[in-house]
Design a protein around this ligand. Structure first.
Ligand code: GTB
Length: 215
């Protein structure tokens, strides 16, 4: 059955792979499933056809026959449930991998999103300069613990899993801030994720659409 996902017709990040379709593309590549992409304009994302699939009018979405999904975490989880390569077979290891998926999206990502808001959308506010260090410290708080947990290991819990896919994707957003490089083992962890052939294929596919030179 054909799998179709949605992505920005031109991501504002200019091909850095930070929009969330990259996570879904990466998961699809890890499990070896071919997919098609429907590129969306901002207006199209808010139109009735797309809202019928994604109630919040965002990307990415996932269609497979009559199944229509939204929320990146749910899409990655679905792929992990349906195909080998993202979630371990052992019951307890699988539950732990799912726990790391939630940790990435619920614990580590929210302050990182807040940092993006503070740096970009609040930059012109009179209180912005004073607030930024507080927001950065809120980013560092879970990273201190994550770094201590990872230690010298390659992945969060044994073999690479959907938990690592989401955690690496979340941490990638930090690179430009310089905060990732404060944690040598986390920077190496992210680089390990980016070196996976599946990530390279996913990144290239989004880059072909979003690079400034793309037509
Ligand atoms: N919780 C949802 C999920 O995980 O799927 C969040 C989905 C979401 O935020 N989608 C964004 C979107 O559709 C794109 S990824 N935004 C349009 C809108 O809300 O109208 C967020 C994003 C956007 C841009 C960049 N960038 O340019 O760097 C990075 C990430």
């Amino acid at each position: 059955m054909t799998i179709t996902i949605t992505a920005f017709e031109r991501s504002p990040d200019g091909g850095k792979g930070l929009a969330r379709d990259t996570r879904v593309r990466w998961a699809l590549e890890e499990v070896g499933q071919p997919y098609e992409v429907r590129l969306m304009s901002f207006a199209g994302m808010k139109g009735p056809d797309h809202l019928a699939i994604h109630p919040f009018g965002q990307i990415p979405t996932y269609e497979e026959g009559s199944l229509r999904l939204f929320e990146t975490g749910s899409i990655v989880f679905h792929l992990g449930e349906q195909h080998a390569g993202l979630l371990p077979g052992d019951r307890d290891a699988r539950a732990r991998a799912i726990t790391w998926m939630f940790a990435a999206l619920n614990t580590v990502e929210p302050p990182i999103l807040e940092l993006t808001t503070a740096r970009i959308f609040e930059a012109d506010k009179p209180w912005s300069r004073e607030r930024l260090p507080l927001v950065k410290d809120r980013v560092r708080a879970p990273l201190d613990k994550l770094s201590a947990h990872l230690g010298a290991a390659d992945w969060l819990d044994g073999a690479f899993s959907a938990g690592d896919l989401l955690m690496v994707s979340v941490l990638l957003r930090l690179r430009m801030s310089g905060i990732l490089d404060e944690y040598q083992n986390l920077a190496a962890y992210v680089a390990r994720g980016e070196a996976r052939p599946a990530y390279i294929r996913a990144f290239s596919a989004q880059f072909a659409v979003n690079a400034p030179s793309a037509s």
